[in-house]
Design a protein around this ligand. Structure first.
Ligand SMILES: C[S@@+](CC[C@H](N)C(=O)[O-])C[C@H]1O[C@@H](n2cnc3c(N)ncnc32)[C@H](O)[C@@H]1O
Length: 217
């Protein structure tokens, strides 16, 4: 592990935002999924969630074998939309459905410095009626052109970068937001993925790291 690489991992983890996430409802085109996870990585989202009728279609994103920037954002599969929204709300997130409707408020009027989950709908069908019943609010990006909606990854990026803007202004990228234990664990797993897997298999705990990422024992 080169010190430069290690320090890059440290800087990235120091800015991860565990209380900002996306929930994808049947978003199934791999290029959209990859683009959304890439944006998640760019704004510091730690983990993302997906409800998918056929997870096999997008298996690489769940199995950790994806090779792109998405490997830095954990994607968790949840069985159904009730469970997904319910568990996020229980963890203190407000869930916002990105959905163009008369009930929707402007996406940039939301306070994204609070724990926020952005629900994005399927490419063809949008957010389901059931999800709309469960969310805390609906948010929309204004559209004044001929087409009715944005591509789902573009909508995700627009909203996530608004969240980033607000969080930057509030200083949320200036201090470590991860729990110390989570931070240490991820730093080891990102720095030494193969060794981390072996250590886990043996049921041992990770060794401490030195200033430049060297293993200390
Ligand atoms: C291509 S759109 C789906 C269009 C679908 N026909 C519908 O009626 O919702 C895919 C997803 O992108 C998001 N989206 C696209 N444009 C949006 C906008 N202007 N405001 C908020 N969300 C948007 C929504 O989450 C939507 O479910």
């Amino acid at each position: 592990m080169l010190p430069r690489r290690y320090h890059k991992l440290v800087r990235v983890l120091e800015q991860r935002q565990p209380d900002l996430t996306v929930l994808l409802e049947s978003v199934h085109k791999p290029h959209n999924l990859a683009a959304i996870l890439r944006t998640c990585d760019a704004v510091g989202v730690l983990e993302a969630f997906a409800v998918h009728h056929n997870p096999e279609e997008i298996l690489p994103f769940f199995s950790g074998t994806a090779l792109g920037s998405e490997k830095w954002v954990f994607l968790h599969a949840l069985p159904d939309i009730d469970t997904a929204i319910g568990s996020l709300q229980q963890r203190g997130f407000r869930v916002y459905a990105a959905h163009l409707s008369e009930r929707a408020i402007a996406y940039d009027s939301v306070d994204f410095t609070q724990p926020s989950a952005i629900l994005l709908g399927a490419e063809k069908w949008g957010v389901s009626d059931r999800a709309l019943e469960l969310v805390d609010a609906q948010i929309a990006i204004p559209m004044v052109g001929m087409v009715q909606s944005l591509n789902v990854s573009v909508a995700a990026a627009t909203i996530l970068f608004e969240a980033r803007r607000q969080r930057q202004a509030a200083g949320l990228y200036d201090r470590v937001r991860l729990e110390p234990e989570t931070y240490r664990r991820l730093l080891f797993e990102w720095s030494y993925p193969k060794l981390a897997a072996q250590v886990r298999e043996r049921g041992e705990s990770y060794p401490p790291l030195g200033e430049d990422g060297e293993i200390l024992v």
